[in-house]
Design a protein around this ligand. Structure first.
Ligand SMILES: [Zn+2]
Length: 242
């Protein structure tokens, strides 16, 4: 590397990141309230998006949880991730969404008010059902900005899943992310009509799903493995140092 190259490398700085009109400067973090839809009472449904924007350019990693409102482990995984010191020296941008289905989370249910499943509503539409609108806004405003994605889930009520990754392993970048996450069970899975994972895959965004524990319960080992897994992915993508 010549000295001028080295100088360019040092001076390489990220541009501001904009989300829904909010400008996030390099080296700062902002919580953006994103209006996803209105309930039938006209009550706005805002979803907080944590934008942690590194000083240097790099991947844009989306980490989302509770798209099924009763799946809690991912909410705690993101809470711990947001406090982690490695985010202070970030290359690229982390978009962390602790609760996508805010309605379901409040009501301790997987579903939306009309019993629709938000994770079967993608890509959604601008003028469809509540679920379709939420999916559409989330896809166009958040997912479409990401270069990589991790969606955090649990098993069902009274059915705990061993910590596992589900991903389309025929995509090399996705398979590398699945391996980097670092849990023993990786399932090759391409199903999922209308899921966040399906639309991300369709538009070429490497995406993995982490499923661990059961709904409505925190499980410490699943949470720890999830935090470690997301940090492993960030390291794998060179967003964080050794
Ligand atoms: Zn789920």
């Amino acid at each position: 590397m010549t000295s001028s190259n080295r100088k360019n490398k040092q001076e390489e700085k990220a541009a501001p990141f904009e989300l829904n009109g909010t400008r996030v400067m390099p080296g700062t973090r902002v919580k953006v309230e994103l209006p996803l839809a209105q309930l039938y009472t006209q009550t706005p449904l805002n979803v907080p998006i944590h934008v942690i924007h590194g000083r240097r350019p790099g991947p844009v990693l989306l980490v989302s949880a509770a798209i099924h409102g009763d799946e809690l482990n991912g909410v705690e995984i993101i809470r711990r991730l947001l406090r982690h010191s490695s985010l202070n020296r970030l290359n690229g941008t982390l978009l962390a969404v602790p609760v996508v289905n805010v309605f379901g989370f409040i009501h301790k249910t997987r579903y939306l008010p009309d019993r629709r499943d938000l994770n079967r509503s993608f890509p959604g539409s601008e003028t469809g059902s509540l679920g379709a609108r939420m999916a559409w806004q989330f896809k166009t405003q958040v997912l479409d900005r990401a270069t990589h994605a991790v969606d955090l889930h649990t098993g069902a009520i009274h059915r705990a899943n061993l910590p596992q990754i589900r991903a389309d392993l025929s995509n090399d970048d996705t398979a590398a992310m699945a391996a980097a996450f670092g849990v023993p069970v990786v399932i090759n899975s391409v199903l999922g009509e209308g899921t966040l994972r399906e639309v991300a895959e369709a538009q070429g965004i490497p995406v993995i799903t982490y499923e661990a524990g059961e709904a409505l319960r925190f499980d410490e080992s699943s949470i720890r493995a999830g935090v470690k897994g997301v940090l492993n992915i960030m390291h794998h993508l060179r967003m964080t140092g050794p």
